[in-house]
Design a protein around this ligand. Structure first.
Ligand code: ZN
Length: 231
């Protein structure tokens, strides 16, 4: 079942490795079949080198295994909480990529310092608050999803596709597993650029008109970047 989606999720997981975002078994990508609502996710702790599309695990929105011989990623409850909250999401990715995670470990959002950032994000990539002792002890993975939702607030998740979880790392999403992986790759590069820009002594945000120009030409109703596929 969902063979196409399994291939897409498998590819997204490998994209994270080939782009240097994931070493060992640190990351995970999932995708949702918008028709059935079922989620396909990477198995827990399986080595990427030997992983095959058929190893991906199919779970229902509550996390019950529908198909698969492996246990799903331990972060599955976080993915499910995000899917449950945001109906438009088709893919979720989590990594411990070095630069984005460094900002997360510092408890700092990534400031919008240039146009590369503004092409993807309309302002800061926010960092969550720390989880409380109780939130860590009980339902840790679900609570991780909840603080991401809390941090996004009323923002449309497809207009802000990444959040840094404090002391942990980035969660990214998108319209598909591969799109979410693409966003995670962009986030890591933006985090790297911001790190060096701050190191060079500049931390004030890009001016509003440049931010507006770069974000709005790629996102929203008046976007004009790329090819017009409507014709
Ligand atoms: Zn993690």
């Amino acid at each position: 079942m969902l063979e196409k989606l399994k291939i897409s999720v498998f590819k997204a997981n490998l994209d994270l490795v080939s782009n240097g975002l994931v070493i060992q078994t640190w990351g995970n990508a999932s995708g949702r079949d918008l028709k059935s609502g079922l989620i396909v996710i990477k198995p827990s702790g399986l080595a990427y080198e030997s992983m095959k599309p058929g190893d991906m695990v199919v779970v229902d929105p509550e996390g019950k295994i529908v198909e698969g011989r492996f246990k799903p990623s331990t972060d599955t409850p976080t993915h499910l909480l995000l899917y449950k909250t945001y109906r438009t999401l088709g893919g979720v990715v989590h990594t411990h990529s070095s630069y984005a995670t460094s900002w997360a470990q510092a408890g700092k959002g990534i400031p919008p310092l240039g146009t590369t950032h503004s092409d993807y994000y309309y302002g800061e990539v926010p960092c969550t608050r720390l989880l409380t002792e109780d939130e860590i002890e009980n339902d840790y993975e679900i609570n991780t999803g909840k603080i991401i939702v809390e941090t996004l607030g009323a923002t449309d998740p497809l207009m802000l596709t990444s959040v840094l979880v404090n002391c942990h790392g980035p969660f990214c999403w998108g319209t598909s597993a591969e799109n979410a992986a693409c966003n995670a790759v962009a986030l890591e590069e933006i985090a790297r650029m911001a790190f060096y820009t701050v190191l060079l002594g500049k931390s004030e945000p890009i001016n509003k008109s440049l931010l507006d120009k770069h974000f709005k030409r790629k996102h929203g109703n008046n976007a004009y970047y790329g090819q017009d596929n409507s014709k």
